[in-house]
Design a protein around this ligand. Sequence first.
Ligand code: IYR
Length: 226
Amino acid sequence: MSEAEEESAFITLEFAELPPAEMSRRADEFYEMMDKRRTTRHFSDREVPRKLIERAIQTAGTSPSGAHLQPWTFVAVSNPEIKRGIREAAEKEEMKTYSERMPESWAEVLRPLGTDHVKEHLTEAPWVVVLFRHSKRVRDNGEWAPTYYSQESCGIAAGLFISAVHNMGLVTLTHTPSPMGFLREILQRPDHEHAMLVLPVGFPAEKASVPNLSRKTLGDISEFLE
Ligand code: IYR
């Protein structure tokens, strides 16, 4: 039996049913907590203990993934020189994106969010976490093989990471420098790992602001067929 087959021997699901009122209470409480989450571009340079970042990454690591291949690596950077290197490279690409590559149809929906090529958060935030997606894996026999649904898997893991960060009382920003190939080089990741998302994590700056936006309602985003 291969290692993977041995590992998937079945065990009993641990499941403790909750009383209906408690289910309801938790559903409301979690929604209300998550509804307070906001993405801000303004970070304080106040330190955040490494243990908290480890916990957020571990939480992300509980994500379901295609064939349970867990096709992700989270690189957490607090080193100021490395953060500066990431910022310089990101701003170089983003300068081109904002001034040359971005069509008006894209620019018009970004304008209300106030984004631009200046990425201060990459040096201000105490931690910059880069999520790398694995497009391939090594089989037990040493051959390369694909991973499955790695975009979906990493997207879900990112959602759990963001939720964990919010729940512990910190803020994060989903930053997507484009193209982001420079991150593999700076962070010395192998060729089958693809940077997917840059997540500065920290406390908000004292006067942090967010765009005055509203969220779509339940009716806007759902359809129930009963
Ligand atoms: N990647 C750029 C541009 C950008 C694109 C989207 I879509 C956003 O929601 C926000 C920004 C950047 O990170 O600035």
